[in-house]
Design a protein around this ligand. Structure first.
Ligand SMILES: NC(=O)c1ccc[n+]([C@@H]2O[C@H](COP(=O)([O-])OP(=O)(O)OC[C@H]3O[C@@H](n4cnc5c(N)ncnc54)[C@H](OP(=O)(O)O)[C@@H]3O)[C@@H](O)[C@H]2O)c1
Length: 291
């Protein structure tokens, strides 16, 4: 919803996608102040509108764009300023889950947690969470076990290599896992083939977005082929099978999905109301392991 760097988007379609999500029973929305430099929060606030009390909004702070550079800042004074700007953009007086987007590597965790506790006591946030945490960082956060409701990391059938971090951090912190890149940035929807290509202003054109390049793309397409018979037998879409894998593989997880239009959320939302059998889960686990 940041409308920048992820291909063509249209504000009307984004608002309709939010409306469709609400209609289908989606009640959890993830955003961040840095997405589209505020654009994502503005659109989400508009899209949710009068349904605010029916939904859980998670936003993040700590990644700043400054003089054309990206910097990380978790200082208590900045957290407060960032949250006020987020509340204004979302047109709300509280954020349900306020998340440290990336640890800045310098601010002591007790200062961050104390500020978040203060903001909670003022009623500006209800809960807080972490994002992009690995096992090496655990000693920083474990003194606050039980404080963070969500830990957000990349995980999907196309990204199993950080699974140990995903599981170990959530378990050590007593948090629920929230996954990003749940559709492998789109490759798991089955619409991209070996010749996947993107315009230069779409981040996925860069080699760093490994899912769409070289050997990794070929491996991802094999995973898609393994999902296909499951989707057909279940009369589901490939994207809904990809999300089902996350929800069934990681207990009590939240799969965050990026969508641009109402048809995309309708397609993904077919993940609701069923589960993969243990055989289906095993076959997807095997094909995607080590990839
Ligand atoms: N904590 C963090 O550091 C972090 C980092 C990244 C993302 N996130 C969060 O996670 C969200 C999503 O993650 P993501 O951007 O990494 O990607 P994703 O959910 O893995 O993939 C999203 C992309 O897949 C395509 N798509 C979605 N539904 C589809 C459908 N039904 N049919 C066909 N294509 C479909 C769309 O792109 P096309 O139509 O262009 O293919 C969409 O932009 C973000 O919006 C953000 O909230 C968090």
């Amino acid at each position: 919803m940041g409308m920048y760097g992820w291909g063509k988007t249209n504000e009307r379609e984004l608002l309709d996608a939010i409306g469709k999500a609400l209609e289908l029973g989606v009640n959890f929305f993830d955003t961040a102040d840095v997405y589209g430099l505020g654009q994502s929060e503005r659109i989400l606030g508009r899209g949710v509108g009068k349904r605010r009390k029916d939904v859980v909004i998670q936003s993040k702070f700590g990644v700043r764009s400054f003089d054309g550079k990206t910097i990380y800042d978790n200082s208590p004074s900045y957290i407060r300023v960032a949250l006020d700007a987020t509340l204004t953009r979302l047109k709300t007086d509280y954020v349900d889950v306020y998340v440290v987007h990336y640890w800045d590597g310098v601010t002591p965790s007790d200062e961050i947690v104390s500020e978040l506790e203060r903001l909670r006591s003022e009623g500006k946030i209800r809960y807080f969470g972490l994002s992009n945490v690995n096992m090496a960082q655990l000693p920083i956060w474990t003194p606050f076990r039980g404080s963070f409701v969500t830990v957000q990391n990349q995980f999907s059938l196309a990204c199993r290599d950080r699974e140990q971090d995903v599981r170990a951090t959530a378990s050590a912190l007593g948090s629920n896992v929230a996954t990003w890149g749940s559709l492998g940035q789109g490759v798991l929807t089955g619409k991209y083939g070996e010749n996947a290509s993107f315009p230069a202003d779409d981040r996925r054109s860069r080699e760093a977005y490994v899912n769409f390049h070289g050997e990794k793309l070929k491996k991802n397409l094999k995973i898609v082929e393994a999902m296909r018979p499951i989707a057909e037998a279940r009369d589901k879409t490939l994207s809904s099978v990809a999300i089902r894998f996350i929800l069934d593989a990681l207990e009590d997880s939240i799969a965050i999905v990026g969508v641009k239009r109402p048809d995309q959320i309708a397609d993904v939302a077919r993940c609701m109301g069923w589960s993969l059998s243990s055989e289906e889960l095993f076959s997807l686990d095997q094909i995607s392991k080590g990839i």
